[in-house]
Write a protein that binds this ligand. Structure first.
Ligand SMILES: NC(=O)c1ccc[n+]([C@@H]2O[C@H](COP(=O)([O-])OP(=O)(O)OC[C@H]3O[C@@H](n4cnc5c(N)ncnc54)[C@H](OP(=O)(O)O)[C@@H]3O)[C@@H](O)[C@H]2O)c1
Length: 288
């Protein structure tokens, strides 16, 4: 017995994993993909393929959109605004916060209940422990879709601002990218003496694991806002950063990945904050 009618637009790696999970959870799924051949394994597994986006969205009560980017979402949804009226659209395509707000405003104009989602998981994790999805936008749409959303992973409603799920996604990805860039820097330095990236990754994993709890202390300094806790100062951290840059160059490795933080620390010192806690650099990140 099926539980409800769901449409999935987009059968790339993520859309396919989501469709598989929804079908396994007992939902009747209709799928559409630009390259029609990708619907075939889903049809064999029990989904229905639609030839057109209009046909696909007409078949479902809740429409999942898992396309490449904001542009592809609008290219495909705008021509079927009339068919989407009164339905719940859950857009899981990665977008920026303002792109999410733009799509939400467009949806509101057309009487579409819109939820913007961010997937903190890779396709293999969908429906398994550790899969976490964030949603923001129309709270009523979230209430309607919640039981379906929970089949994909932990579902968290982040509030009525449709951009917040995307913002949190981008913030967490920013932290991840800076960390991953750190491994590349370390590997570049260590391979100058013949150490493999695999060995450096092993050591970096252990080192960062030991350091991760200190994130909470840094956050407490930022939230406190006084930047005089007696923790690691701007001047101390500048000296440490200068050593990292020099060591890198001594090995013939560019310090391009390391220099931005040193530049911010230098700016703080130049305006008299050398003795403050180094996380004060957050105050320089706001663009006036
Ligand atoms: N994969 C992940 O680990 C992951 C994690 C979190 C979030 N996401 C997000 O999930 C979304 C989908 O990712 P994915 O991994 O499934 O990507 P993917 O495997 O590259 O699939 C992209 C999908 O978008 C479709 N597409 C691209 N341009 C289109 C257009 N102009 N009109 C219609 N369809 C178009 C593709 O159709 P064709 O098959 O015809 O090319 C395909 O179905 C992205 O926004 C991604 O950032 C992915």
């Amino acid at each position: 017995m099926t539980k409800g009618k769901i449409t999935v637009l987009g059968l790339g790696a993520m859309g396919s994993a989501i469709t598989d999970r929804l079908r396994e959870s007992g939902y009747a799924t209709t799928v559409w993909n630009r390259t029609a051949a990708k619907t075939e394994p889903h049809v064999e597994a029990g989904s229905t393929a639609a030839d057109t986006v209009a046909g696909a969205v007409t078949a479902g009560d809740i429409i999942f959109v898992v396309l490449l980017d904001h542009a592809s979402v609008h290219e495909r949804l705008e021509p079927v605004a009339a068919e989407l009226e009164g339905k719940v659209v859950v857009n899981l395509t990665t977008t920026t916060p303002n792109e999410a707000r733009t799509t939400a405003a467009w949806a509101a104009e057309h009487g579409i209940a819109y939820l913007d989602g961010a997937i903190m998981a890779v396709p293999d994790m969908i429906g398994r422990p550790g899969s976490r999805l964030l949603y923001s936008g129309d709270e009523n749409a979230y209430a309607i879709a919640e039981s379906v959303l929970k089949t994909l992973g932990t579902a968290e409603f982040e509030g009525a601002d449709p951009g917040v799920a995307a913002l949190k996604d981008m913030a967490l990805l920013s932290a991840m990218e800076l960390m991953f860039a750190g491994l590349i820097q370390a590997a570049a330095m260590m391979r100058t003496v013949g150490v493999s990236a695999a060995d450096t990754a092993e050591e970096t994993t252990a080192w960062l694991g030991a350091m991760l709890p200190s994130l909470h202390g840094l956050a407490a300094i930022v939230d406190g806002g006084g930047y005089r806790t007696g923790g690691q100062s701007v001047d101390f951290t500048r000296a440490a950063a200068a050593s990292l840059i020099t060591a890198s160059r001594e090995q013939g490795i560019s310090a391009d990945l390391l220099e931005p933080q040193k530049k911010l620390l230098d700016e703080l010192a130049a305006i008299g904050h050398g003795a403050d806690d180094w996380p004060r650099i957050i105050e320089l990140l706001t663009i006036e």
